[in-house]
Design a protein around this ligand. Structure first.
Ligand SMILES: Nc1ncnc2c1ncn2[C@@H]1O[C@H](COP(=O)(O)OP(=O)(O)O)[C@@H](O)[C@H]1O
Ligand SMILES: [Mg+2]
Length: 359
């Protein structure tokens, strides 16, 4: 299964339009396609004539572990399946805060269905947060739609930096390609944008340019991909040309499409360097303020919070730590002291002691 994510932190640059229409054209070419919408705005469903309101089986249920992906998949047309989203997905980032491996939820969910499809097309929200990270971790190709109205080399540079960071973190190949979209062929500005992109990224631009075509907007508002809305418009030819390029790449890369296993192996190989969630707990309910400082936060005190744990009221803080040894201390109502529940200490050179934790 070839996995392609559409990513750009700019809204309105053609991610959804291109995801829907590329998916639809690939399906028409006989490829089995799964489209996944990671944008809580749910525009993919709208653009394909599926009302987002009543959907209860969404990508949110899949990512949060409530449902296997096979249950959330909807069959739309021949060769064309999708998992949609709705506004509930906007809670994902908050719900997942502190959960280990939260960037891998999508990649892990795909293991069961990866052999059912030739293509996975991922539509992303207009931000580079946890949802987009999930999309990137599950892909090995990124298509960055760049439209002339919001064109900025600076913004594009920032996005490419992020992709580099993710590549390093994920330890898997992540190639990117830029697609010029919504380019008005009648203006010099539009032509200039295409020329600038090709000059700056000669190896990484599609030859295809998606031109401005009002039929695309109309098709989306009628809930149809352009393949079904207008078989003679210029936009259909543009998307067919893009499809051809994508299929030609497939022929070239056939032997080297990395499997999902190899992608997840990258993650597993990282196992020994994965952070662990350590819960620091202090029973001092009578104290007004408890903080913790140590090697892990440059000795800048962070507050603990009062919570109920196993029927006791305690101060707690969860800190993610990479394997290693750390010194720390509590600051209780302004007084420094080592952890009373931890007998491993070292002298702190001020006549006191620091607690030691080995992760
Ligand atoms: N080539 C194009 N010509 C005309 N309108 C377009 C074109 N591509 C996208 N649009 C319109 O621009 C708007 C934003 O596109 P969309 O694909 O939703 O962007 P994104 O998903 O990046 O936010 C939509 O109304 C869409 O119909
Ligand atoms: Mg969109």
């Amino acid at each position: 299964m070839r996995r392609i994510a559409f990513v750009n932190q700019k809204g309105g640059c053609g991610k959804t339009t291109t995801a829907i229409n590329l998916a639809s054209c690939l399906a028409k070419e006989g490829k089995k396609v799964l489209l996944i919408d990671l944008d809580p705005q749910g525009h993919s469903a709208l653009g394909l004539g599926v009302e987002p309101g009543p959907i209860e089986k969404t990508i949110y249920e899949v990512l949060s572990g409530e449902m296997p992906i096979s249950e959330a998949i909807q069959t739309l047309r021949e060769n064309f399946d999708a998992v949609f989203s709705n506004v509930v997905l906007s809670a994902f980032e908050q719900v997942m805060a502190g959960v280990p491996d939260r960037e891998y939820k999508l990649a892990l969910s795909l293991e069961d269905i990866q052999y059912n499809y030739d293509y996975l097309i991922i539509d992303s929200p207009p931000s580079v947060g946890l949802l987009t990270f999930n999309g990137l971790m599950a892909s090995e190709e990124v298509i960055i739609p760049v439209d002339s109205s919001s064109f900025s080399l600076h913004g594009l540079g920032k996005l490419l930096e992020t992709i580099q960071v993710i590549k390093k973190k994920a330890r898997h190949e992540l190639t990117f390609k830029i697609l010029a979209t919504n380019i008005d062929r009648r203006t010099n500005f539009g032509k200039g944008v295409v020329e600038t992109l090709r000059a700056r990224f000669p190896e990484s631009c599609f030859n295809t340019v998606i031109h401005t075509c009002t039929r695309l907007r109309e098709a989306a508002s009628h809930g149809k991909p352009i393949t079904e809305y207008d078989k003679r418009c210029a936009a259909l030819r543009d998307y067919q040309s893009l499809t051809e390029e994508v299929l030609n790449e497939e022929a070239e890369m056939k032997a080297e499409i990395p499997s999902l296993e190899s992608l997840l192996e990258g993650k597993r190989a990282r196992g020994e360097t994965l952070e662990r969630e350590i819960i620091f707990t202090l029973a001092a309910p009578e104290s007004a303020r408890v903080q913790i400082a140590g090697d892990f936060n440059n000795w800048v005190p962070d507050p603990l919070h009062l919570t109920d744990s196993l029927g006791r009221t305690v101060w707690q803080k969860v800190i993610s730590l990479k394997p290693g040894s750390y010194q720390y201390k509590y600051l209780i109502d302004g007084r420094w002291m080592p952890d009373p529940d931890n007998d491993k200490t070292v002298p702190d050179f001020l006549g006191g002691a620091n607690s030691i934790i080995n992760v």
